[in-house]
Structure formats: C-alpha cells, structure tokens
Design a protein around this ligand. Structure first.
Ligand code: CMC
Length: 393
C-alpha cells in the first residue's frame, strides 16, 4: 500500500514530459511552444497555430501554404461515413454522433495502425484536423434534418465550418467575417491545454498503441462532460434558467455558495488557474466587442451574464477561492450571440482541441520514456474471505 502516492484527480502527478504547452496557473500564463497565448490570439490563425502545435515552430509562408493545402485535401470523409449518421436517432446529441463517427474513422485508415511510423502519424493528424469540421457540421445537419454540405476548400477553416453548419445547397452562403474571426479566436484559445482530462484520455488510450482515431474518439467522450468541455453549454443553460426564473442574480450566487446545494456557477473556477484564466481575459474583450457590435448587450441573457460576472468577482467567497470566470463562460456567450445552437458548443471545443490531442499523441508515440499508462490504486475493499455456496448465503 505504501508504495503508491494517493492522488485522486491527479492534482500533483506529472504523467509525462511535454514540449507543447506551458501553463503557470498561479500567474495566469499560457504558452504554446513558448509563444504567449495573447500574441497568438492577436496575430495568428487557427491553422497556423495547428502547425505550431504539431511541428514546434511557426511556419514560413511556404510551409503554411503547403500545410493549408494538405489540410484542405483531406477534408472529405469517405462516402460510407455518411451512412453512419443514419444509425443515430434524430435527437442524438452531436457529441454522441461525433464519438461514434470519429471512432468509425479508425476502420477506414489501416495505415494508422502503424503507430510507430512517423509519416503515418503525421497523416493521421492531418486527416483528423481536416475532417473534424465536416464531421462536426454534419452531426448538426443530421440533427436538424437538413442535407449535408460538402467542404468548400476555397474558404478558410472557420468559414468553411460555418458554411457547412448554416449553408443550404440551394442558396449561396456568405460567412459573416466577424463571426469567422471570432470562431478562429475561440479555436486558437482552445487548441491545447496540456494534460486536461480529454488530452490525458487520448494519451492513456493511445499508450496501448491503439488506433489514433479510436484514441481521439475516447478524448471526445471525455470532453463531453459538463466539468470539462460541456461547461460552455451549461453556462448558457444556466443563464437561460436565471432569466426564466425571474429571480435576482444574487439568489443564484448565494446558491452557488451554499454547500448543501449542488448548484455551481458554470463557467467559474478552474483546476489549474488560481488567478485569472489568460484565455478568459482575451475572449472577454472579444465577447464584449461582439455583443456591442451586434447590439445584443441589452438582451436579458447577456445582461444577466454581465451582472453575474460583476457580482461574483466582487464576492468574498469567489475571491477567497480564486474562482474567476473561465474561458467557457465567454465562449458560451460568443457562440450564443453568433447563433450557434447550444448542443454544438462542445462540438466546437472538440473542433479546436483536435490539434492538441494529435500533438500530444504524436509526442507520446515518439517519446522513448513513454510506456503504457497504468495507474495503481489503494485497495479499500473486503479482507480475504472464503467463497460461500449460494444456498448458504
Ligand atoms: N461555483 C461555486 N463554487 C465553486 C465553483 C463554482 N463554479 N467552482 C469551485 N467552487 C468551490 C468548491 O465548492 C470548493 O469550495 P470549498 O473549498 O469550500 O470546498 C472550491 O471552490 C474548490 O473547488 P474544487 O471543486 O475543489 O476545484 P476543482 O479544481 O476540483 O474543480 C472545476 C475545478 C472547473 C471543475 C470547478 O471549478 C467547477 O465545477 N466549475 C464549474 C464548471 C466549469 O466551469 N468547468 C469548466 C472548466 S474550464 C474548461 C476546461 O478546462 O474544460
């Protein structure tokens, strides 16, 4: 028993060495490959950030052009993949569809089982980054019963996703450039976050040398939970509940503080950031700007959000526990303002994190210290005893 460290939730266990992302939760610092998130948010694009996370360096203009072409080339899933959607109920959650369809992709790329071949690993990463917008958008189209749109490779990554979400085959769709920019920012900010639950899941499932598409499907499942990627969806549901209840925001803040009440303020607090989440700082500005530009500030839900932000940040309970609004508080608001349906919020988080999962999987597969993940436990069950025949129990 004494050989193992008991660390539920892995609060103080480093599971690997990694060169990809640095977080200092006390100081509120986040860097991808050494570049501060603030600079990437201001100057980069999602695809450039993908290149950085995968290859460790910012691309030259030629490298970025080649990478963009490769990503565009793989954007169509196999035609048979379309049929997987038909197996789902009409009201399936897009994340449920994505877990299934992504897992199914593992059956289409046999070269990906050669996980020790760096070239095959790279192609697997390209395919996943490329197909993710199509798979995510189709899961929404399926849910609303509209025809699926094929990718338009003339468009940028975020624009293409918006078109596949909101376009219809009979009309020309012009993606709103403000929305495309906001989405690209959300994707950059969510692209990686070191050993969070879903990335650790991808690493753990991948550590058995499983097919990477299947390992990433496990990551999507982990992300779905409300304490992880599901939080942005929960934020909006909570705000809607507050508006509908007609009660004051203070009432909900009090409930969140009450230890006998399971209610928590969704979009507040973070396991690592015990200071302001640096991503929240960036996205907060974009959120306020977008709401102003759209004239949406006075809509009840956004008014409630701003009031909640103000009250909670002045409240001693939240101050003492260093519970600040996290990135999902604002990404939920932005996505809502853009007209993205609620059940697609976490799917968009998955869209962003696809590169992080792949960067970590590739890093793990080439790390000579990497071994199959196999946590131990502290056994708390029955002492040794003898089997009792059923008639004597
Ligand atoms: N509302 C009210 N109280 C809270 C909240 C909250 N949102 N978050 C934490 N607390 C309290 C908690 O009750 C505890 O109080 P005490 O010390 O008196 O027992 C203290 O703060 C520490 O909380 P914890 O649950 O031990 O912290 P954790 O690191 O295990 O959990 C968290 C982190 C993010 C799961 C949690 O803060 C939470 O549930 N937040 C709401 C859900 C959310 O917004 N999740 C998105 C996280 S960011 C995106 C991502 O990484 O996926």
């Amino acid at each position: 028993l004494g050989y193992f460290t008991y660390d539920p939730g892995f609060m103080s266990t480093a599971s690997c060495r990694s060169d990809i992302t640095f977080i200092d939760g006390e100081k509120g610092i986040l860097m991808y490959r050494g570049y501060p998130i603030e600079q990437l948010a201001e100057h980069s694009t999602y695809l450039e950030t993908c290149y950085l996370l995968l290859y460790g360096e910012l691309p030259t203009a030629t490298e970025l052009e080649t990478f963009t072409r490769i990503i565009q080339k793989h954007s169509m899933p196999h035609q048979a993949i379309r049929r997987f959607y038909d197996g789902f109920r009409h009201d399936a959650h897009p994340m449920a569809i994505m877990v299934g369809v992504f897992g199914a992709l593992s059956a289409f790329f046999h070269d990906s089982t050669d996980v020790h071949n760096p070239h095959h690993r790279e192609i697997a990463a390209h395919r996943m980054i490329s197909k993710m917008p199509t798979i995510a958008a189709w899961s929404y189209k399926y849910a609303i019963g509209q025809p699926f749109l094929y990718p338009d490779n003339e468009l940028g990554y975020s624009e293409n996703f918006l078109r596949m979400m909101f376009g219809v085959p009979t009309e020309r769709y012009e993606p709103n450039p403000i929305f495309a920019k906001a989405l690209d920012l959300i994707l950059i900010l969510h692209a990686d976050h070191e050993q969070n639950a879903s990335t650790s899941t991808v690493r753990l499932s991948g550590s058995s040398e499983a097919n990477p598409f299947a390992a990433v499907s496990a990551g999507i499942a982990s992300l779905w939970g409300p304490l992880h990627g599901g939080a942005n969806e929960k934020v909006v549901r909570m705000l809607e509940d507050i508006v509908e209840s007609g009660q004051k925001v203070e009432h909900f803040v009090d409930r969140a503080k009450d230890k006998d009440d399971p209610f928590r303020l969704m979009g507040f607090g973070h396991r690592v950031y015990k200071n302001y989440d640096p991503r929240a700082k960036i996205i907060r500005k974009m959120c306020h700007e977008l709401l102003r530009q759209m004239g949406a500030e006075n809509q009840p839900m956004f008014e409630v959000a701003m009031e909640l932000e103000r009250i909670a940040m002045e409240d001693d309970y939240f101050k003492e526990r260093k519970l600040y609004p996290n990135v999902d508080f604002y990404s939920g608001l932005i996505l809502r303002a853009m007209g993205i349906p609620l059940n697609m919020f976490t799917a968009i988080f998955a869209l962003a994190r696809i590169v992080g999962w792949n960067a970590h999987w590739c890093e793990m597969m080439q790390d000579p210290e990497s071994r199959i993940g196999r946590p131990r436990q502290l056994y708390t069950g029955a002492a040794p005893r003898d089997y009792v025949p059923i008639e004597k129990r």
